[in-house]
Every structure is written in C-alpha cells, then in structure tokens.
Design a protein around this ligand. Sequence first.
Ligand SMILES: C[S@@+](CC[C@H](N)C(=O)[O-])C[C@H]1O[C@@H](n2cnc3c(N)ncnc32)[C@H](O)[C@@H]1O
Ligand code: SF4
Length: 442
Amino acid sequence: MAVCEVAEHESARIGSDPLRDAFPRRAPLVPWDGRRPVPEAEFETAWATLVASPPPARRKRVAYVHLPFCANHCLFCGFYRGPAHPERIDGYDALVIADLERECRAAGIAGAPVHAVYLGGGTPSALPADALHRLLRALRSALPLAPDCEITVEGRCLGFSAEKVDACIEAGANRFSIGVQSFDTDVRRRQGRRASREELLVFLGALRDRDRAAVVADLLIGLPDQTLAVWRDDLRACLDLDLDGVDLYPLNLFPGTPLAAAVAAGRSAPVVPLPDQATMYGDAARILDEAGWRQISNSHWARATRERNLYNLLLKQGADCLAYGAGAGGSLDDHAYSLVPALDDYAALVRAGRKPLRTIHAPSACEALRARVGADIEVGRLDLSGLEPEASKRVAPLLAQWRREGLVEGAGPRFRLTTAGRFWAPNLARGLRESLQSQETR
Ligand SMILES: C[S@@+](CC[C@H](N)C(=O)[O-])C[C@H]1O[C@@H](n2cnc3c(N)ncnc32)[C@H](O)[C@@H]1O
Ligand code: SF4
C-alpha cells in the first residue's frame, strides 16, 4: 500500500461517551488531497485519451445521471439546483441521451460492464413518464449493463404517479430510492414536504405491492421537532411497511440553505443537536438489528436480499463512474470529472458535439489507498494488514486511542467499527487519511 501527503489526524475526545461525544462535529466528506486539476485548454485531449483507453481489468463501473429539477426547495436541502418547470425539463432527456450516445462506442466506455445505474438529483421523479422511459431505455441500450445491474430511480412521493412508476419499471428500473425524511406530517410540512403521512404510507405501500423493484426510503436524523418519539415512529413505519431497505442520514445544517436562514432568524425550531442525533442513530441501529435487518453500510440497512445498495458501495470502493447530465460528477480511470451545471451552457456544449466538462482532476498517488480505506470504513471494518511498516507505526497510536475510546474493536491489524465508530465514520476516515498522508513528506 502506498502512503502519501501530510496533515494532522483527529483524535477522539478522551473519556467521553463515544457515541454522543467522540468528536465535536462530523467531518465533512472532502476528497483526498493531491489530485491535480487539468487546465481547461487540455480538457478535450485529456477526455479523448480517457474515453479511448480500454478500462483496467476488473475495475468496477457504475453510471450516474443527474436530474437537477425539484417541485420546490425543501428547507434542509443542499442539493436543490432549480425548479421543475416544463421549460427547464422539456428536451433535457434528449440532451443527456445525445451526450451518452455520442461516446458510447469508445473503448473506455464500452469496454467494461456497468454494475449499477443511478438516476439522482434533484428529483428524477419530477420528469414526465415518457422522458423517464426514454432515458432508461437509452442507458440500457448505450451502456454495457451487467445482467444483474442495479438500476435505481430516486424520487419523492409528490408527483410520482403510477404512470411514471410503470414507465420506470417497464424501462428496466429495479430499485426506487424514495426520499421520505420523516413520516410525521407536521415535521415534514415545516420543511416544505407537501405529502402527509397517510399519503406517503399509501404511496410506499403501493410501490411495495407491485413487487417489481426494491423499495428503499431515506430518513433524516435530527430535523427540527423530530423528537425521539417521532424518530421511533419513523422507523416503526419503515418496519411496518416491510420496505426492502432504509438509508439513515444525520441532518447537516448546510450554510446557505433556507433552513439555516430560518434557524438563524428564529423562524424555525433548532436542528436536533449532534449528540442527540447520535443517540437516534444508535437507537435505530438497535431497533433494526432486533427486527432482523442487516446493516450493509454506515447509513444503509436492508431487510430483504433484494436490497444491495450496490451503487453506493461500489462508488466507495473506487469504481469508475460514468456521469451524465448537468452538474453530474464522475470518474474514469481514477480521473475525477464534473459536468457544467448551468442548463444553457450544458445544452450549448452538447449541441456542439462536445463533452460538457467543467473540471477534470488527474489522480493523486493515493487512489488505491483512498479506495481501500473508504471501502473498508463504509462497511464498518478496517483491514490495515497491507500497510507498509512505517505507515503501520504511524497509525498505531490513533487506532489504540480509538479502541480505548470505544470507536473500534479488535487487536489489529483488522478492526471492526462499533456503532459509535460507524456514526463517526467520516471522522475516522479523515483521521486515517491525514495520518497516512503525512508519511510521504517525511
Ligand atoms: C439528493 S437528495 C434527493 C432526494 C429527493 N429529491 C427527495 O426529495 O426526497 C437525496 C437525499 O439526501 C438527503 N439530504 C438532503 N439534505 C440533507 C442534509 N441537509 N443533510 C443530510 N442529508 C440530506 C435526503 O435524505 C435525501 O433524500
Ligand atoms: S430534498 Fe429532494 S426535492 Fe427537496 S430540494 Fe432536495 S433534492 Fe429537491
């Protein structure tokens, strides 16, 4: 295993309750340092080389399509990119398909199977049924999808008609990831979520009863007024619905969101404090475990074998990600890239037959290490047996401290993250990264 550049690691607070207080805040998920931006003047040549090069053997691959449209801006959300107005949506699928089809026969695109496709946003379910159908069919015919490819459509209850659901299934979708956030009607409506608890239950029940695709719900942990009782009721609703899986995300109060402004102005109850969010996470882990659900990553639980969470897991393992749509981000042969977010610029570039690139970053020396640590931590373990002796020495005090403070278990070099370790996984990933990166400059 290689070791790379510098920084300070984060130690856990000593003598704290590890679940509630190990760190003062959750570390932001920032990419590993050391990637080199490719100058814009070199984009065309760099991209041409990437798409012409056959993929490395056994490199996993996924595809992502970004649909930057929402019926409204939910107060808490940092992913909102613009309204779902017909003048923004009409013709968008044709642009994405044109970008997809233009390069789909190149060796770098056609040369390896795609194991998971994700339509995310924004709100893919804001698209009309025929656009969803065309997009999914085009993805299936242009990309070499593996026979067991997971094909996810993200959406929300509002406006996700039976006709749209049928169109997705008919075009090959086999997984729906539905943003619920909370079932509590008051908690939801204060965040701009219009559907009531009853409407949500009917919608999710009908999706489940079709029995044609995995149904997974996103819940947020820590919305204003989401008490422990509301939280337990949210989990109970998922259990009673027999969903295939749930994703539990601690709420981040992103600066610039309507919620951050409303809390600052006293127009909203505060967000649940982080130690209480941690308690809610621990509570959920216990309740889901008692109900026989499996934790398949730090924020995902599965009830049924149908739920694999493949897209997210493969991404964390360092899979290539073919990205399409305005504002999408992906990676090819360890080069990270993003596409222009403004719809007009995106459309102009696609119509001119050009890849609508915004950035390309060449890989750092740490890609293999990043993928390995990221993949391990995501599934709640750490295998440090491949580290060079110098690197092992460097991380040993950190691991010893985390073990004493109840974040990891095991004697090493293989460790398991405790529930507390899994809540604070971003901090552990960052601590390890900084500790390991500090090697190379020594
Ligand atoms: C990109 S969003 C799309 C969700 C979908 N459009 C919907 O309305 O439910 C995916 C998920 O990110 C999560 N998310 C959004 N804002 C968040 C925040 N401030 N902190 C943590 N997770 C957040 C939500 O759980 C959401 O379901
Ligand atoms: S939660 Fe979904 S619908 Fe609401 S603003 Fe975010 S992406 Fe859009």
